[in-house]
Design a protein around this ligand. Structure first.
Ligand SMILES: *[C@@H]1O[C@H](CO)[C@@H](O)[C@H](O)[C@H]1NC(C)=O
Ligand SMILES: *[C@@H]1O[C@H](CO)[C@@H](O)[C@H](O)[C@H]1NC(C)=O
Ligand SMILES: *[C@@H]1O[C@H](CO)[C@@H](O)[C@H](O)[C@H]1NC(C)=O
Length: 372
């Protein structure tokens, strides 16, 4: 009997021990949960740390404006565009009207306080296009953001005087043009851009947009185009089989692309990216052009052929649709292409000017510029 009582007592003691443990565990869980819900009720040191964090956040808020934005919710079951490819197989967006919200992009871009450089070559008679190019850029290019126009020219005295918006600058870079043909001048651009990337662009701008000058902005071209490396689809070859692209096909050239390779045909008139990426691109293209010269071969479409080779092996992180480069002159001879475009092009953002007509006018006005 005494033995039985002993066993009973032990069991009870064990039970009450278990209950105590359970209670302690519950209390611990409750407090850790409470401090999880209310972190400020922690030890005084942590509270201090929180306050410091708030101050830092508050200081951050003073330098960058964060405002409430209202916009339509993205529709997960409704693609923005069903009629065109909007992403490449390497997941780079193809920029079409209707696929992005400019307000969101502008707000996000402003937080980064970045500067955009626009390079343009206005050499010899191409000076005639500069005024209209700049005037239209003032209306439509990167409106509301900080822009530096870099004008490469052999005739600084002909650069028109323009009243430009606040936050924008024109920098004239005098260059000597030792070539007479536009093809050579065009190829020379790769060398000059790569040199100036090292010399000054890397200190002054975050992005570079490299453009031809014989064009006019006719609608907004904003930060949606910016990315570490971007190229533009050539409107004349949109939708064609790659076997029909005018790539350089001679294996002797550095720009050679075989018939069974190629993604798109990019136009030489508009490309860009971050300064380091544009430096790599222009340096590689310039070096390839030099190798070709040493081998007495010139790629079929000059710098454009080399650009296409580069972008095939260094995939761009964004691709601009032909909305960004409209060539009416070329379309007049390509009725099939025009049929496709009449359905898919919603906006024509940059228009290539008709050269002959403009040149004729300029010469009649007695500009005194020498034709090449
Ligand atoms: C909080 O910031 C103050 C002033 O900058 C500093 O003296 C203090 O040591 C900081 N406290 C902690 C916990 O970091
Ligand atoms: C933004 O950048 C400009 C020029 O790079 C600089 O002067 C300015 O202080 C910057 N603003 C902020 C808030 O960082
Ligand atoms: C392109 O043309 C080649 C050769 O004619 C053919 O084998 C290929 O299927 C075509 N590709 C497309 C996307 O039509």
């Amino acid at each position: 009997m005494a033995q039985l009582l002993q066993i009973l007592a032990a069991t009870q003691k064990c039970c009450s021990l278990r209950v105590t443990f359970l209670l302690i565990a519950l209390i611990m869980i409750f407090f850790s949960y409470k401090s999880y819900l209310y972190p400020r009720s922690q030890k005084p040191e942590s509270t201090q740390a929180d306050v410091n964090l708030t101050v830092r956040e508050h200081r951050g808020l003073q330098s960058v404006k964060l405002s409430r934005m209202l916009y339509r919710q993205p529709q997960v079951l409704t693609p923005a565009r069903k009629d065109v490819l909007v992403v490449t197989p390497w997941l780079a967006p193809i920029i079409w009207e209707g696929t992005f919200n400019t307000d969101i992009l502008n707000e996000q871009f402003s937080l980064r306080n970045a500067t955009i450089g626009l390079t343009v070559f206005s050499i010899k008679t191409y000076m005639i296009f500069l005024k209209q190019f700049l005037q239209s850029a003032e209306m439509y290019f990167m409106v509301g953001h900080r822009v530096i126009y870099y004008i490469f020219t052999d005739k600084p005295e002909y650069v028109p005087y323009l009243n430009i918006q606040k936050g924008r600058q024109i920098i004239i870079l005098e260059v000597e043009s030792y070539y007479d043909h536009w093809q050579d001048i065009s190829m020379q651009r790769m060398e000059m851009i790569s040199n100036f990337c090292q010399e000054r662009f890397h200190q002054e701008v975050d992005y570079l947009v490299c453009s031809d000058v014989d064009m006019r902005f006719s609608d907004h071209v904003g930060v949606e185009i910016l990315s570490s490396l971007f190229g533009t689809l050539h409107p004349g070859y949109y939708g064609l089989n790659r076997t029909d692209f005018p790539y350089e096909r001679r294996p002797q050239s550095q720009a050679h692309i075989p018939k069974d390779e190629g993604d798109f045909y990019y136009i030489g008139a508009l490309f860009g990216g971050s300064v380091p990426e544009v430096y790599k691109l222009t340096k590689a293209c310039h070096e390839a052009i030099m190798v070709d010269q040493a081998n007495h071969i010139e790629a079929i479409w000059h710098d454009e052929s080399h650009l296409n080779k580069y972008l095939l092996y260094h995939k761009p992180s964004k691709v601009l649709s032909p909305e960004y480069l409209w060539q009416q002159q070329q379309m007049d001879h390509m009725h099939d292409q025009e049929m496709i475009f009449s359905k898919i092009i919603r906006r024509k953002k940059l228009k290539v000017l008709k050269k002959n007509y403009q040149l004729k006018n300029w010469i009649e006005e007695g500009s005194g510029l020498r034709l090449f």
